[in-house]
Design a protein. Sequence first.
Length: 292
Amino acid sequence: MEIVQQIINGISLGSIYALIALGYTMVYGIIKLINFAHGDVFMVGAFVGFYSITVMGLSFFPALLLAMTICAVFGVLIERIAYKPLRNATRIAALITAIGVSLFIEYGTIYVRGAQPEAYPADVLPSKSFEILGVTINSQSILILGVSVALMIILQFIVHKTKTGKAMRAVSYDAEAARLMGINVDNTISATFAIGSALAGAAGVIFGIYYVKIEPLMGIIPGLKAFVAAVLGGIGIIPGAMVGGLVLGVVESLVSAVGYSLWRDGVAFVVLILILIFKPSGLFGKNIREKV
């Protein structure tokens, strides 16, 4: 029963990784860029949610929607200011810029509000525990999983059923051909950043509710783990990011349960190394030969 308990905890944690990983995988799928500033958008979302609840007095769902909206705008600004001028630059230039943007957001936040951590109020989501077949399930875990799954379903609907989603898939497949067909590629890329950043903002608020403590450098490790989750599932593949996040969360929880809690952060990178050695395309990816 202890293992079942840890798997449930892992699914809650994994759903947070999955929400962040979706942003990585969407952006990579369209412009082949690893947006290392994405973990910091997650951090901004956590702080927007915190101030929405403590200063503005909002409840969980309005705070979640506000954080998603502000992070969506923030994501578009990052794309337009930092990445758009480098659209035709080398991959390494865009990658270095992404790392620079990440550091700018982290230390800009510290400059504006200081480095001290904050704690989400305990009464935002009243926590109740249910015992089912000897397994204790927290109401917060159920809500976190429910919100995460709902957001993932909405994302799938947007990608497969809306005009913006069709444009995103077309640009991902061939940006030049999409442009010739009358699709506004720049707006489509901005929409991708907006959606991915909104999901990261939601993950930030959910993380704050679940783990209570937030601070300006909190996006580094979850951001890297979400990147591992995206690679694990097959970067550029949306269902892969979801499954990768959940698998990584469960693996971490099981490692902690066995008594190696000090190794839980390292496990993500062991998983990354193994995936790169044995299945570089990820669980859902296909090996595609690239013309040189």
